[in-house]
Design a protein around this ligand. Structure first.
Ligand SMILES: C[S@@+](CC[C@H](N)C(=O)[O-])C[C@H]1O[C@@H](n2cnc3c(N)ncnc32)[C@H](O)[C@@H]1O
Length: 256
């Protein structure tokens, strides 16, 4: 995505939801350096921003802690009134529930002719489906309170064409022209199913609420669901994790 987009000298770039800062440093920075631009990497989590500042410092990167949906004047102040030529976000938008306001906000942060490129998960993968089931089980309800924040309902693309058209229309309504919009089928092979199950626990943001001894039970429940939802053989040692990605590049027209 970062290489395929047309760059210009001095481009001002915003990364929305920068997380650990790895993406900004490893993938966006090389282009920013090449085009002598600069990069603001923004995240709502202060812990993430502190980590990114410490781990991936660079004179061309500024790490800012801010909510992309903060009130207009607050965000404007945090960004020193800057507008951008490019905005990128990777694996953020599936957590964003108010997609309309987010797209409108990002459109407002772009210069005319600027582009927003993003990639995120859709709703359709084992982790999200299983987590929804587990979160509603009596024994896990308390631990998973607020699980809805993990995955936004707008990323459901059951009828792909219908889902894509709805999103295209929304993007137009928010003042974007759609350059690329694709739903990509992807998979990741795990030769040890245990590693996959450990990963599910590792990325679970509610896990700290569970006592140590309950974690194995949770892992077992995910394993049980693997055999039910994905029809994986109970004795299977390996696992193919299949998922969809939504990939888009959208542009704010020169004249809007
Ligand atoms: C799953 S992480 C992805 C991090 C990184 N982009 C990557 O690909 O590794 C999502 C990040 O988006 C941030 N985020 C979520 N909502 C946000 C918001 N409203 N404003 C700014 N950042 C937000 C979260 O704090 C988190 O660090």
């Amino acid at each position: 995505m970062f290489e395929n987009i047309k760059w210009s000298r001095g481009d001002k770039v915003l990364e929305f939801g920068g997380g650990t800062g790895y993406n900004a440093y490893k993938w966006i920075l090389p282009q920013v350096q090449k085009w002598e631009g600069d990069l603001v990497s923004l995240d709502i989590s202060n812990t993430m921003v502190e980590y990114a500042r410490k781990t991936w410092p660079h004179p061309r990167i500024q790490h800012i802690c801010a909510d992309i949906l903060a009130e207009d004047d607050k965000l404007e102040k945090q960004l020193d009134g800057r507008l951008f030529d490019k905005i990128f976000s990777t694996f953020v938008l599936h957590q964003v529930h108010d997609i309309r306001n987010t797209l409108c906000r990002l459109q407002g942060l772009l210069n005319p002719g600027g582009v927003f490129g993003f990639i995120c998960f859709t709703n359709k993968n084992f982790y999200f489906r299983a987590t929804r089931i587990i979160a509603q089980m009596e024994k896990w309800k308390e631990c998973f309170n607020g699980y809805e924040s993990i995955i936004a309902s707008w990323t459901t693309f059951e009828g792909k064409d219908h889902g894509e058209n709805m999103l295209r229309n929304l993007m137009h309504e928010c003042g974007f022209q759609v350059k690329t919009l694709e739903i990509l089928d992807r998979s990741c092979y795990f030769d040890d199913i245990e590693v996959f199950l450990d990963l599910l626990l590792a990325i679970n943001q509610f896990l700290h609420r569970l006592p140590e001894k309950k974690k194995q039970e949770l892992k077992n429940d995910y394993h049980k669901l693997l055999t039910e939802i994905e029809e994986t053989n109970t004795d299977s040692k390996d696992f193919m994790f299949k998922y969809e990605l939504l990939y888009a590049v959208i542009e704010k027209p020169e004249v809007f």
